[in-house]
Design a protein around this ligand. Sequence first.
Ligand code: IMP
Length: 430
Amino acid sequence: MTRLEHILHRNGWTLAVLGAQWGDEGKGKIVDRLAEHADIVVRFGGGANAGHTLVINGERHVIHLLPSGIVRAGRTNIVGPAVVCDLEVLVRELSLANQSHAQVILDPAAVIVHPLHKLIDDGREIRSGNSALGTTRRGIGPAYEDLAARRGLRLADLAGGRNAIRHALEHNGYWQEKQALANALKIDNLPSLQHMVDWAHEFSDQIVPHLGDTRAYLARAVAEKKRIVCEGAQGIMLDVFHGQQPFTTSSGCTVGALSASTGLYHFDAVIGVTKAYTTRVGAGPFPTELKNHAGEQLRERGREIGATTGRSRSCGWLDLPALRYACRIGGITDLIMTKLDILNDFPVGIHVCTGYRVQGEELNPLTTLTRDTLESVEAHYEVFPSWSGHWTGTSLPRPIVNYLKRVAEATQCLIRAISYGAERNDFCFL
Ligand code: IMP
């Protein structure tokens, strides 16, 4: 039995699944696969900027906010206190969870993303012109500002009715400040305070029954030897501390961020998910980007269009220095590689970036990959032969085995499973 299967067949385990690149690595499918063996699935960070695509019996589901366990009956799905919640998306996905007979518990401390957050995100991007960050414009940054500033609206406020919502929005001049900011950004059609109160209140009936103490629930679950999968959003290269400022998201994407918000500190494995190549959306440095036909082929074959925004993703070769950095800084112990099928019969040979040079000098592998660092490096490559023919996880062609070995050697993390198609079953533990 492989290492992950061995864990999955035990009683009582906790696994973390994190993005090991710039997001969009295919985490949703991996979490779905692990959730088959789990009691509880936890979402710990980010918001509706994420888009986890699941293909089940040919039917495509894109889930933005709730954990991917909502498509499996009987699972308990937890949304932790560091997730920022877009109420419209939340209510839509709660109804999907209902249809699948999956349970959902929402942490009352989670911050609500309201319409003004989205307008501010949008306004800042428009105003920034060429230096825009390329955010998803889902209000994520402005909502996390409220979290850090210890103010604004939280899910708990919905339980207190219109008065509590109004109080939270008016408290210490919150609404006035937001309006002043919106005016400075020249945002038209500002919602009135009354509109905001009504907007939030409209969702209360569907959300309030799901509020519960997620941290107590998880502590009890660990004591009772339940099986828990924690699902990351975005990727470690977009982490607010460890990514390339300012081209990051506003939340933590490492196992540290997971522990800090959920109180879970022991993991049987921290799984990093990486594609067999690299993609990135939004602005920011991307040393292995292919701005040529090969890049277009990756985009086309891999259907690299954002599940949340519909933006087309920039594509490039696998970047081992970045992956090694993500594994180290993110606390990853094991890797899963997705989309290996996209490189089948790849006409130009498969390139892998094995190192960076700065002014001819090899970059120290422990260097922190800041924006300045990544913008100044020159990537160098090893070329692997492509693989062809029909193969599955039990009949891996030799070039794939060599490819996986090279990745494991460079990152010091073994590849414990691969995915080679969109369907649930195009997957194999190694
Ligand atoms: P924000 O999280 O919407 O503020 O966007 C900040 C940066 O993170 C932008 O470059 C986004 O494209 C990127 N980003 C946010 N969420 C995801 C994701 O789920 N996948 C890939 N990139 C993301």
